[in-house]
Ligand binder design. Structure first.
Ligand code: MLT
Length: 253
């Protein structure tokens, strides 16, 4: 069973966080959007309060999400997935098209890992087994944050990584390594979709995010300048504005 934060009333926004963080990375979005929406931000299996860690696949996480929204009596939502959150949100939307009215895919991709990326995932798993979570902060901070990330954000992300469980991280890296390729399924997405990239994202190239947006029938594409992989934290004002405009365009229809 997933633990989650929930605040506000109105149409539901469901936020899925990045690896190896937890729902608290959405703090600025929870504050901002709970004025008008019912914001729900779960912790991925093994992170935050979703304990104990166990092995899982992307479809397993989709089932967990479906169980969560059933439990909360949420019929439909706008689903916002960032990075691994997008790896989860995309197949979830394909599996439960009636539950997702709008989709946001931020700093994420549809394709499976390439061979070289799988090799890096395996090295990360070995590092986690050998040295525990201490192996992650330096490695991940370089990948996650752009050069302009404020010091306060850097400290927050480091502290979030340090409190993550090594075992949960092994399961999440394994799930990312083994995820299915969804490229050919993008054309089946029917709901309005916003694809977000960061101009300085070291993990997801702007061109790759743009190509994904082009393959989705009803997609808009936006780049947040001067941010890395965690634009919602690095420039929460720009991220919130972009998401707010996207949501408002469809709220009024
Ligand atoms: C994430 O930020 O969720 C992951 O780092 C994404 C990835 O490694 O593919």
């Amino acid at each position: 069973m997933l633990s989650f934060a929930e605040r506000g009333r109105g149409p539901v926004l469901l936020f899925i966080h990045a690896f190896p963080l937890d729902h608290t990375m959405w703090r600025a979005q929870i504050d901002f959007f709970s004025e008008r929406y019912r914001v729900i931000a779960p912790d991925i299996l093994g992170f935050g309060g979703s304990q104990p860690p166990r092995s899982w696949t992307m479809p397993d996480m989709g089932q967990e999400l479906a169980d969560l929204i059933d439990r909360l009596q949420v019929e439909k939502c706008a689903l916002i997935g960032l990075s691994i959150g997008g790896y989860i949100a995309l197949p979830f939307t394909l599996a439960y098209p009636d539950r997702v009215e709008r989709l946001v895919l931020a700093h994420t991709r549809a394709r499976a890992d390439l061979e070289a990326e799988r090799v890096n995932r395996n090295a990360m798993i070995d590092g986690l087994r050998k040295d525990g979570i201490a192996t992650l902060p330096d490695k991940m901070l370089r990948r996650l944050l752009g050069a302009d990330a404020p010091a306060e954000v850097r400290d927050f992300v480091r502290a979030s990584i340090e409190r993550a469980s090594a075992e949960a991280s092994v399961h999440a890296v394994t799930a990312m390594r083994d995820r299915a390729d969804q490229t050919d399924n993008l054309a089946r997405l029917r709901c309005p979709t916003l694809v977000i990239a960061g101009s300085g994202d070291a993990i997801l190239k702007v061109e790759d995010c743009e190509a994904m947006a082009k393959a989705i029938p009803a997609a808009e594409f936006a780049v947040i300048p001067r941010t890395g992989h965690l634009s919602n934290l690095e420039d929460s004002v720009a991220f919130n504005r972009m998401l707010d405009q996207f949501l408002k365009r469809y709220d009024s229809k």
